[in-house]
Design a protein around this ligand. Structure first.
Ligand code: DAH
Length: 364
């Protein structure tokens, strides 16, 4: 064997070795089941890499192709033997590539087929049906009663200017009534409304009296959460403005409301109070729906439960929206929806209403 022939053999061997090194990670994908356990995306990725490997080792510019070109140039007596070795190497490489390809390809096809298989006899998964939140249920009950008395449901923004939350409601800057209503402020003069009384102003501007509206919604206060407080809670505001409205209308309306809400034997009681936007102002109570007024744990032994604040609309509030207090008068009231929820469902902590725990919410 001439020295040149040895060189040629070494070249064939080195081409094979270079291929084997890279092919090693594909070598186990042989025969049926050779690719089992791979994820679909993995197998698809390997197929792509295998195609690249094939290009690198068998294309026209590959070292193998260079060897083939060399065959014609070796001395005639060595040509046949060298040619055979190169052919054998080429056939081997192609065969190994084909086998790995076939195994991976078959595997991918099988996974795709399995993924699309449908067992129409399997029982369906029953969708979990939701339901309304207890606060929404309570809000709708209250709304229904007032709507049946001719009230319209109004909406107002949760982010407010000082005018709507305070000034127009007869609470000027530095007035002490601002502090229990301390809320969350932005740096550019806006704040989260601390009461739904803001909607009194919006509604009168929008509709002009005579009007009857209720406005349920979220309000916000700078408050530390505990079993009976939350920095965000729900109120429902009521406002009626017309000619010749007196305190009797207010008392009659709230008395009728509690009778429809808690039962026909429910009684009301009104206590003098103070709110800047009403004059005179009252606190309304109703007889406990649990003990009927005897006194129990729910009403803390008093027989009465607080309904909310109310009163005759202050002339300054009417003036703030350009309504003449000589011509029109009205009454307003504000109820706490979550507080009512807490009492009716006897919750020991109103924060439960906002924790979104299905084990709690499922019970309503
Ligand atoms: N806005 C009052 C509050 O948040 C509740 C209230 C009291 C509303 C008296 C009224 C009212 O409309 O007349 O404490």
């Amino acid at each position: 064997m001439s020295s040149e022939a040895v060189d040629h053999d070494a070249q064939v061997a080195s081409v094979r070795e270079a291929f084997e090194r890279e092919f090693e990670r594909f070598a186990l994908f042989r025969g049926e089941g050779g690719a089992d356990g791979l994820a679909l995306a993995e197998a698809e990725g390997l197929l792509r890499e295998l195609a690249e490997l094939r290009t690198r080792h068998t294309s026209k510019k590959s070292p193998l192709a260079q060897l083939m070109k060399l065959v014609g140039r070796v001395p005639p007596d060595e040509r046949a033997a060298f040619g055979q070795r190169v052919q054998a190497a080429s056939a081997d490489i192609a065969a190994r590539l084909d086998e790995a390809h076939a195994t991976l390809q078959a595997y991918v096809a099988r996974l795709l087929l399995e993924r699309e298989r449908l067992d129409v006899t399997l029982p369906g998964r029953r969708p979990r049906r939701g339901h309304l939140h207890p606060i929404t249920l309570m809000r709708q009950r209250i709304e229904d009663i007032f709507v049946s008395m001719g009230y319209t449901v109004e909406d107002g923004p949760e982010v407010e200017t000082d005018f709507y939350n305070f000034t127009a409601l007869n609470i000027p800057e530095l007035h002490p009534a601002r502090s229990p209503q301390d809320t969350f402020y932005t740096t550019d003069g806006l704040s989260l409304r601390s009461q739904t009384s803001t909607v009194q102003i919006h509604a009168m501007q929008r509709r002009r009296p005579p009007l009857r509206v209720i406005a349920p919604g979220r309000v916000f206060r700078r408050d530390t959460p505990d079993a009976t407080h939350n920095p965000m809670f729900f109120q429902l505001e009521g406002l009626l403005v017309d000619r010749g409205i007196t305190m009797e209308h207010l008392k009659g309306t709230l008395s009728e409301f509690v009778r429809r809400m808690f039962g026909p034997e429910t009684r009301t009681r009104f206590r003098p109070s103070y709110f800047p936007f009403t004059e005179p102002s009252m606190e309304a109570d109703y007889s406990c729906f649990k003990c009927g007024g005897e006194g129990c744990r729910l009403c803390k032994g008093s027989g009465w439960i607080e309904l909310g604040g109310s009163g005759m609309v202050h002339p300054n509030v009417l003036r703030a929206v350009g309504v003449d207090p000589e011509e029109f008068s009205g009454f307003a009231f504000g109820l706490g929806i979550d507080r009512m929820c807490g009492l009716m469902y006897e919750l020991d902590d109103i924060r439960l209403l906002f924790e979104n725990d299905v084990r709690f919410l499922e019970q309503f």
